[in-house]
Design a protein. Structure first.
Length: 166
């Protein structure tokens, strides 16, 4: 009888542990879904604001925080580059793009002179980020990529730089 009681207790304890792990997993997944939903909403709102600014020069002027004067057409282009850049960061943040994939994507879009001009004009924006933030780490990757592309002595741009690990 004692053996049966120990066996039942062991099974009960195992079931309880399994239930607890299942609950923790479900809670973790729910938290991840909420985080993705929040990031999606933030991204959508950011994009809507950028679209409004691209359509209205008076609103675009609010986002002109560059050191040198930027003509309205260039400002609209910079806003579009910002939309492309933040879209790539969003995909990375939700796990749809790894850091090496993000790096490869950024290396491609950095072949465009307007993108490079935008990244130069906003270097001080990235420098102002909290060093411990993920966005600052990604900004440092972008800045290093820009330096690597500028210093490259090859036309094979797709091999320039050192992609981040993971």
């Amino acid at each position: 009888m004692a053996t049966q009681s120990n066996g039942i207790r062991a099974l009960s304890a195992a079931a309880l542990v399994g239930f607890a792990l299942g609950t923790l997993t479900a809670v973790g997944q729910a938290a991840q879904r909420r985080k993705h939903a929040s990031l999606t909403e933030q991204h959508r709102l950011h994009f809507e604001l950028l679209c409004k600014a691209m359509d209205d020069p008076a609103l675009a002027a609010v986002l002109d925080t560059y050191d040198d004067p930027v003509p309205p057409e260039t400002q609209r282009q910079y806003l579009f580059v910002n939309a492309l850049y933040t879209n790539a960061l969003y995909f990375h943040r939700i796990g749809a793009m790894s850091r090496p994939e993000l790096y490869g994507h950024l290396r491609v879009i950095c072949q465009n002179q307007i993108v490079r001009d935008y990244l130069k004009a906003t270097r001080h924006h990235r420098a102002s980020l909290d060093d411990s933030s993920d966005e600052a780490a990604l900004g440092q990757i972008v800045d290093q990529l820009m330096m690597d592309l500028e210093d490259a002595d090859t036309e094979d741009w797709w091999v320039v730089g050192e992609p981040p690990v993971g």
